[in-house]
Design a protein around this ligand. Sequence first.
Ligand code: PLP
Length: 453
Amino acid sequence: MKFSKNILETIGNTPLVKLNKIVEGIDALVLAKVETFNPGNSVKDRMAVKMIEDAEADGRLQPGGTIIEGTSGNTGMGLALVAIIKGYKLICVISDKQSKEKMDILRAVGAKVVVCPTDVEPTDPRSYYSVSKRLASETPNSWYVNQYDNMSNSLAHYEQTGPEIWEQTDGKITHFVVGVGTGGTISGVGRYLKEKNPNIKIWGIDTYGSVFKKYHETGIFDENEIYSYITEGIGEDILPKNVDFSLIDGFTKVTDKDAAVYTRKIALEEAIFVGNSAGACIKGLHQLKEHFKPEDVVVVLFHDSGSRYVGKMFNDDWMRERGFLDENITKAEDVIKDHIDKQLIVVRTEELVSHAIERMRKYKISQIPVVDINGFVGSVDETDLFRSYVADKNVAEKPIKEVMGKPFPIVKLATPIEEVSKLFTKENDAVLVDLENGNHHIITKYDIIGSIK
Ligand SMILES: Cc1ncc(COP(=O)(O)O)c(C=O)c1O
């Protein structure tokens, strides 16, 4: 009989798959190491086992202990699997930027999840670096993993991922291109491959908002490079010990939009359902295409599964809200199509200002058309209300008709977007669209801004 003693034995030996359509225009054989075949659906299973086994071996982790880690989800999943099999408790400290699915999955495999804000300095006591460290010092019999500086992370890739890629390509690999977060994957695989053949080029994929590329090129840790970004899994605002810059030949940075668009393209063009850093990796590969020759064998690595991003990069509304969907917006109809099913919020001339304010709060809107039996007769917006309040503190009890401004202009569904945009002025924040079925909808200046690519 052929079976594994437990699920941990199924980690590794992931397939290497030729990419076809998505790499059209790149003159080389491009192969993807698809790490979603690991039981935790990501490459991180490999280093999770290695970090835990090394900590057991030198006594940092004691029987029945609590494992604590600041993790974006994939490492947490890997650690959770090992914790279950080996009988440890696990606390994952995660930043609020991470998808809800990732948090739910961690809870499903028994981890306790602590959520921290993203937009704070790493040294801030609320950051997930600081919270993880604090929890580790307060929890008895605990061990703080620290995947960033824990060298068992890159060692796992030196011992497994690197040799697998070398063997699967019969030693013919010429380039390895991969997203960089903790640096474990690039440094471990890179070190193994360069020891086998120093001519192999190692390229890192970075994101805008991260320090890696500039640091690699100039040796300067530039805090101006740090700002929040959407891409998940790659880029950092710190220099993890696991990133060995001396092994890396270069970095290229990929935008959030490109990473998201390419994540979707990989699923649609290659039938490989992988995560956001894979999209960044493939777009980065295209950015680097002048480095490849037809006889080259380029290996990319796909870190995790697309299922963790169904509410994000694989969701049309999420993509549209960020201007990531390349939709052709030419008419008024195109701007309202993703909220056309929502009811138009109005106030009546005889209602009170307090009613309009309540509706604005409830629906999180900044302006409301005013109607009477004849149709649209006015409008109120935040600025009108603010001015009226300054003039008279009892404005809330006044009827709307006493404070309302001019009605919003009305356009047709087919009105060109250029004409619609001309109707927005300092005095006018919205335009109504006649839906030609007796109903109307509203376009605000935020809708117009949202449609800018
Ligand atoms: C989805 C995803 N992509 C890429 C990476 C980067 O891999 P590494 O940490 O080995 O540099 C990570 C790790 O955090 C990840 O979770």
